[in-house]
Design a binder for this molecule. Structure first.
Ligand code: NAD
Length: 295
């Protein structure tokens, strides 16, 4: 059975590596945090002394790290030690330019590569129900798919190098904008004396229907599983939404795309975070919108 090296055993990487172990893989991991290593060890991941040690003898390498600079630093460090013919998969959410650079590094070393960011959060990581959006060659995708299927339930090949990251930030830009739109609609409804349930019953079956409303409703009541019913505990923290909106804005500037609502959504989430809400679920932006209204 393939040995997999897993670098970055944090909130997402830890449970993802654990699912590979559950699926019968031999997994050797590494993280800078001793706590993350201990948690992964308890889940059956063998812990190496360094990232370079972790990739010895591995035919597949997975990285799950905070940002592009970490991914490029780790790939630069480990690729010279990767076995010829091996495959490297980055599941982190990073900027498209760094993702493309990472693919170039791997190609120089003769290693197949895939960018495969995820959606589904820590719950999806634990339950192995993540969605993976992959970018890279057909051959690399075919090699990566059986590994990704052990950590997720929907695996989409979006195109060439960086296409997975592009899909991720475009999707999350829709999400950030639509959550603000739904929050604004409830805020206006409150001022107009319209009940939350009445707006939900109409909009959820009308042209205002969207995921932010019907699955993740930002007011308590209509969707009992949404974080609004749980004090806006994440879920998906506002700081991570802001990170993704900033990545979308970087990509829009580099590519010349006009994304005025994406830009404004990034500004609103930045203000929400600055007000001390980075750890709040992103749907809590409705409370910030309410505060902006005239009393
Ligand atoms: P995290 O901070 O919990 O984990 C990142 C881990 O990387 C940490 O344990 C850190 O110690 C480790 N690390 C950093 N530099 C390292 C290095 N040089 N070598 C080894 N380990 C190193 O973050 P997370 O929530 O697991 O997120 C990881 C990625 O997944 C991010 O890019 C994030 O945007 C993305 N993501 C997160 C979620 C979520 O809900 N948490 C959802 C989708 C995507």
């Amino acid at each position: 059975m393939t040995t997999i090296a897993f670098i970055g055993l944090g909130n997402m990487g830890g449970p993802m590596a654990a699912n590979l172990v559950k699926a019968g893989r031999t997994v050797t991991g590494f993280d800078l945090s001793a706590d993350s290593c201990d948690a992964a060890k308890a889940d059956g991941v063998a812990i190496a002394n360094s990232a370079v040690d972790a990739v010895q003898g591995a035919s597949v390498i997975v990285t799950m790290l905070p940002a592009g600079k970490h991914v490029l630093a780790v790939w630069n460090e480990i690729l010279p030690h990767a076995a010829p013919g091996s495959l490297i998969i980055d599941c982190s959410t990073i900027d498209v330019e760094s993702a493309v650079q990472a693919h170039t590094l791997a190609a120089k070393g003769g290693i197949a590569s895939i960018d495969a960011p995820v959606s589904g959060g820590t719950g999806g990581a634990k339950a192995a129900t993540l969605t993976f959006m992959a970018g890279g060659s057909e051959a690399a995708f075919a090699a990566a798919k059986p590994v990704l299927e052990q950590m997720g339930k929907k695996i989409v090949h979006c195109g060439g190098a960086g296409a997975g990251q592009a899909a991720k930030i475009c999707n999350n830009m829709i999400l950030g904008i639509s959550m603000i739109a739904v929050g604004e609609a409830f805020t206006l409804a409150e001022k107009l004396g319209l009940s939350h349930q009445a707006l939900f019953d109409v909009a959820s079956t009308s042209s205002g229907q969207c995921w932010s409303l019907t699955t993740y409703c930002p007011v308590p009541g209509p969707v009992p599983t949404s974080p609004a019913n749980n004090g806006y505990k994440p879920g998906f923290a506002a700081a991570l939404m802001l990170k993704d909106l900033k990545l979308a804005q970087e990509a829009a500037q580099t590519s010349g795309a006009a994304t005025p609502l994406g830009a404004h959504a990034a500004e609103l989430y930045a203000a929400f975070e600055q007000a001390g809400n980075g750890g709040t679920d992103f749907s809590g932006i409705i409370n910030y919108l309410r505060e902006q209204g005239r009393k």
